[in-house]
Design a protein around this ligand. Structure first.
Ligand SMILES: Nc1ncnc2c1ncn2[C@@H]1O[C@H](COP(=O)(O)OP(=O)(O)O)[C@@H](O)[C@H]1O
Ligand SMILES: [Mg+2]
Length: 267
């Protein structure tokens, strides 16, 4: 099972869009996928058109429910552990009463039978995001085509290094994904060029596509809303890139330059 967090320091850079559509494409390829929403904004449920659920990650955190009981089937092969505004309160309690970074590991320990777990994260280094980073083995960082987003990505990579140094544990930055790429704007090319200097592998860009921004309004993935769109083509290609990456355990023998704190962690 691969556990991947979609993280970034800024809002509006394509984290949720990437989580939903990467997850949906992996499910369409026949993989069993679990999406975990760790953002209090609860965008995954909206984007997938999942409504009227009672319990969410907050109830798991305060130990009112088991993770497996809160999971919903969103599509064939695509399950969702949703979030809700309740998570905001639970997070405060988490900070006060159990400020620890391995809570996800304990609470999600029984979630088996998936090929992929994808975690959508909030645009901050909250305790929830730190728990997500500690729980996963791999990290994907989307970056929109703005200079400030690019600066945010560089900062985030440094923070990840700090976190892993402090915690003695590291997730590998597998991929930087340029999002909202517009070939007519010079800044798009500039940002992609700069991203390539950051170290981790840079994926082929996801182009700007209004249909990607419309789909969540209908509770649909891009493959349901506009299967022939640029967005669908680009996310299918990204999915191929992710699916074809060698599993981390096969990398274990040799040090990997992309690895945070120079330490490879088994998957
Ligand atoms: N490639 C794209 N082209 C056009 N709009 C996009 C694209 N990717 C994301 N969006 C839109 O940009 C906004 C922010 O994306 P989102 O995935 O919610 O970012 P984050 O989760 O990082 O805050 C959303 O309205 C989303 O629909
Ligand atoms: Mg989001």
């Amino acid at each position: 099972m691969r556990k991947i967090a979609i993280v970034g320091f800024k809002g509006g850079i394509g984290k949720t869009t990437t989580c939903v559509n990467l997850g949906a494409a992996l499910a369409l390829r026949g993989h069993k996928v679990l999406l975990i929403d760790t953002d209090t904004q609860a965008n995954l449920a909206v984007a997938l058109g999942v409504k009227d659920y009672k319990d969410c990650l907050a109830d798991v955190l305060i130990r009112k429910a088991n993770a497996s009981d809160v999971i919903l089937e969103a599509r064939k092969n695509l399950d969702l552990l949703p979030s809700s505004l309740k998570l905001f309160k639970a997070q405060q309690r988490m900070v006060l009463e159990m400020a620890r970074e391995e809570i996800f590991e304990e609470l999600f320990a029984g979630l088996e039978g998936y090929d992929y777990q994808l975690l959508d994260c909030a645009p901050s280094l909250s305790l929830l995001t730190i728990n997500a980073i500690v729980y996963v083995d791999e990290v994907i960082i989307p970056v929109s085509m703005e200079m400030l987003a690019m600066a945010g990505a560089a900062q985030f990579i440094n923070y990840l290094k700090d976190i892993s140094r402090v915690l003695g544990k590291s997730a590998e930055i597998r991929l930087i994904v340029p999002t909202m790429y517009d070939s007519r704007r010079r800044v798009s090319k500039q940002v992609v060029r700069l991203l390539k200097d950051l170290g981790p592998r840079v994926a082929k860009p996801i182009r700007v596509d209004t249909q990607l921004s419309e789909a969540p309004g209908y509770g649909k993935t891009i493959f349901e809303y506009a299967p022939r769109s640029r967005g669908a083509v680009d996310y299918a290609r990204l999915t191929e890139t992710v699916a074809e990456m060698p599993p981390l355990s096969t990398n274990n023998a040799k040090p990997n330059p992309d690895t945070v704190a120079g330490e490879v962690q088994g998957g």
